[in-house]
Write a protein that binds this ligand. Sequence first.
Ligand code: PLP
Length: 353
Amino acid sequence: MDIKITKTTTPKAKPTGKLGFGKVFTDHMFMMNYTEGKGWHDARIEPYHPISLDPSAMVFHYGQEMFEGLKAYCGVDGKVRLFRPEMNAKRTNDTNKRLCIPQLPEEDFVEAVKAVVSVDKDWIPKEDGTSLYIRPFIIATDEFLGVAPSKTYLFIIILSPSGAYYESGLAPVGIWIEDDYVRAVKGGMGFAKTGGNYAASLIAQVKAHDDGYSQVLWLDGVERKYIEEVGAMNIFFKIGGKVVTPMLNGSILPGITRNSVIEVCKSWGYEVEERKISVDELIAAQKEGKLEECFGTGTAAVISPVGKLRYKDDVMIINNNEIGPLSQKLYDTITGLQWGKIEDTFGFVMNID
Ligand SMILES: *Cc1c(COP(=O)(O)O)cnc(C)c1O
């Protein structure tokens, strides 16, 4: 892929002090167009700037869009690493297929990410726990109010330096098991990384927040009986010594952190079960003292220990609302790989040179 690079002549001041998440953007962005009959074209890196779209652009009306999320890490050795970006490239195409967005060559996706991160390398924060969040996304740009797949698209990558997710160490969260609203059903878009899934989730998220819970755990959309996933994280349980997580069934997002956690747990000799898990099973396991740990997995937090699970009138306190040993060990191992603190025997990290 030929990427035309235009550098800014007015670099912005780098943020000082505490970095939050997703509010500060770097000096550059990657852009590429798609036109039916021509394919993907005009790959370019330009100074970060607002984009202008016609109000009739299809993305505004029927939500034909997709996004990805990954990070670049500045290691303890000063080297810049990505974590399994080829999996984000593959997932992009799985999402695109579901949303009738054209396929994007996976090597081009990875090359574009590497190129724009390299240009804005100085923006990667170096403090412990920080990273550069990478947000690739594709939007439908045809100027047309008819309901049909667009014939033109824009692929953009923006970058945002982000602070440590846990400012004072890993901390357990309280999760609300939602028994009224549902997020996705088999045959829908649950496995795709697309804005519509998030639009559908906001109302329950607001309700959970109002009740003092940090996130929502979704149940299956048909029986509202089986565990699916948390807002932007997959979910794991340690039950009677075994690691258990809902199987990918079409309505769950196939997380890259999820996949990595499974691989790492297996390498440590854990039995890992990917299967249906009902809320009733969890409540029973809790009563028998077998629900040992619960944690969410995702790019943002890596591992998010769950100390409290609420379902209707039941509140389950897990591991005394403390971080479990497996949660801590997984967090240390995966972040250790990302920041180059431990040798990568899994082949998970990709260096940017
Ligand atoms: C992105 C996402 C995840 C986590 O995926 P990772 O690849 O591990 O970051 C989980 N659930 C949903 C709904 C997501 O959008």
